[in-house]
Design a binder for this molecule. Sequence first.
Ligand code: GLA
Ligand code: ZN
Length: 687
Amino acid sequence: MTAPGTRGLLDSQPSNLLSVRRPLRDGHVEFGGDYNPEQWPREVWDEDLRLMTEARLTLATVGVFSWAQLEPEPGRYELDWLATVLDGLHAQGIGVDLATATASPPPWLTHRYPEALPVDHEGRTRWPGARQAYCPSSEAWRMHAVALVEQLAVRFGAHPAVRLWHIGNEYGCHTSRCYCDTCAVGFRRWLLRKYSDLDGINRAWATAFWSQGYSDVGEILPPRLTPDDAWSNPTQQLDYRRFASDTLLDEFLLERDVLRRLSPDIPITTNFMAMTRFNQVDYWRWVKEVDVVSTDYYPEFADPFNHVEAALSADLTRGLAGGGSWLLMETSPSAVNWQPRNPAKKPGALQRDAVQQVARGADGFNVFQVRASLVGAEKYHSGLIPHAGTDSRLWRETVALGSLLARLGEVAGSRVAAEVALLWDYDAWWACELDSHPSVDVVYPDRARALHHALWDRGISVDVVPPGAPLHDYRIVLVPTLYLATDEAAAAIRDFVAGGGHALITYFSGIVDEHDHVRPGGYPGAFRDLLGIRVEEFAPLLADQSVKLDDGTVADIWTEDLRVESAEAVRTYVDGPVPGRPAVTRHAYGDGVAWYVATRTDRQGTAAILERVVAETGVRPAALTTPGVEVTRRRRDERSWLFILNHTEADAVIPANGVDLVSGDEAVGEIRVRAGEVAVVRETGEE
Ligand code: GLA
Ligand code: ZN
C-alpha cells in the first residue's frame, strides 16, 4: 500500500530549507514543557534541573512571559538571569525553545503609550493586569517588540541550548480583534490592497443595502457596536476577521524577520491553537511562514469524547504541517484552572494523551508547565512537578512517560498515511458564524467532528486539508459545512469526484461565495450539479425538534425541501417538516460519487452513511478495531509502527505482529491492550 495524502500540501510549502517539516532531532521524540523559572527563587532552579533530568525532559520553553524581567525599564535589558537558565539547561542536555517574550508587554509600555492598549467592539479599552493587552497594530508596541527580539537574538542566537525560537504565544487567544482607530486605518489599507478601490469595496460589501454606500475610504470603520438588532454588514464583519488574522500574522512576521536576519540557523515556531474551539486566526495562511508547526491542545473536561477531539486536533495540526513533522507544544499534564470544574486526569491518562499525539504524527509532546505555580492566576493549573512534590502519582507518571518517549525516538520523522481527507476552512467557519442566518444551531465544526469521530471509531485515519488542496491522493473527501465555498474550492471537489473519488458534503455547504453573497438558482449553489439535487427552501427545525429517517435513525437541527434531479435518495424523512423528501442522496458523477447529507444525523446515522462510503471505496483501517480503541500507523521507508490506544474500560485484542515498545512484549498475530493502556508495535511482516 502506498502512503497517499501528504504529497500535495508539501509541494506548496515554501522552498526555504528550514521549512521542510522534519523532526527537531532525528531519532528523538521531544518531551518537555513551559518552564517559568522567573516565578521562583534561585534555590529552586537547581532542583528543577535535577528533576527535569530525572524525567528525561529534552525541551524547555523558556521566557514566554518574561518581558518585564528582561526589560524592566524601556531600553534597560537584563538578560543575565536568562543566560544562567539556558546554561543550566544546556549542562543537562536539555534543549531550549526560546521565546521572544513578546506574548505580554510590561506595564511600562502601555503606561507610556496608552494608544497601544486594545479596544473592543463596544469601544471599551482592555487594560493591563492580565496578559496580551496590546493592540497588534500599535507602532509603539511593534517598535519595542522588535528591539527586544533583536537583543535576544544577538545574545542567544548562537547559544548551544537553543533549538527553536518561539515567537509570541497563542496569537489571538485573548486579543484577537482590536477595534481602535489605529486598527481602523490598517483595515482601510488592507481593504484597498484587496479590492483596489472604493468601488470594489462597495461591490463586495453590497453597500446598496441599508444605505451603507461609502463615498470615501475614510468613512470605513471596523464593525463596531451597532444599534440593537440591526446586524453589521456581513462582508464587513468577514473582512474584519480576515484583516485581524493578517494583522496578527504581520506582527509575527516582524519578529520572524528579525530572527531570520540575526539567528538564521535556528528554526522558528509559534504555538498555534489548532482546535475546533479556536478560529481567531487562519492557520493555513500562517503555516507557510513557520519552520516548525506546533500547537497547543487542551481537553474540555466536561466532554466525554475529549480524546476524540484531541485526535482531530492532532490531525489538523498534521495537516497544517503538510503531513510532516510537528510538535504538541502545550497541553495540561493533569487539571487546568480555566474551566468551570477542573478535575485531575485519571491514572494513565497522561501516557495515553502523549502517545495519542505521537500516534497521529507528533514528534514531541510538551506540556504547560514543568513546575506548577504557587502564585498567580494559574496556580491551580497542573505542572509536571505538582504542588504535592515528587512523592505523587503525577510525578511518577511523568518519569515513566519520559522513559517511554525516549524509547519511541525511532518513530520521529515517520508519517501517518490516510486515504480520507477532511476539508477545513477558517473562512467558511467565520462566514458560518455570522449573525442572522437560517438557524443558530448550524455550527461549523459540528459535522467535521461527527464525521471524524465515526472514522476514528473504525480506525480510519483522516488528513485535514484546506479547500483548494490537491485531492487526487485520497479516496474519500469529507466536506462538512463548507458554507462559504469559492469557485476554486468547488472546482477541486468536482474534479476529484469526476476523477473517481467519493465526496461527502453536509448541509449548509456551498451556499455563498467568498464575499458571503448567495449563489442563486437553488441551494447548494456551488454543489448543485455535482450532487444532482436542488433545494428551494431550507426547513431548519425548531429547538428540541427532531425527525425520523427511514432507517430508524434520528436527526435534528436542519432539514431541507430537497428534490433529486439526477441523484438517488439513500434515506428519506419519515416525519418532520418535509416527510418523504430525501435526507441523504448519492450521485454518480464522472468516475466517482458525490454524497449529500441534508440533516444532522445522529451518531448511528452518521456511522451508517460512512460505512457505506467506506465499503464502496475500499478504504481500510490501520487495523481492525472496535469503537473506543484508537489505532493509527506511522511509516517511514520500509518500517512501520502500529499505535493502539485503548480508551475503553475493557481489554482489547487487536491484530498485530511485532514488538510492543511500551511493554517490550512480542505480538504474534494479535496483541492484548489492557483497558486504558497503549501499545506501540514496531511491525514485522505487516501486509
Ligand atoms: C495557554 C497558554 C499558557 C497557559 C495555558 C494554561 O495554553 O499558552 O501560557 O496559560 O494556556 O492552560
Ligand atoms: Zn487596535
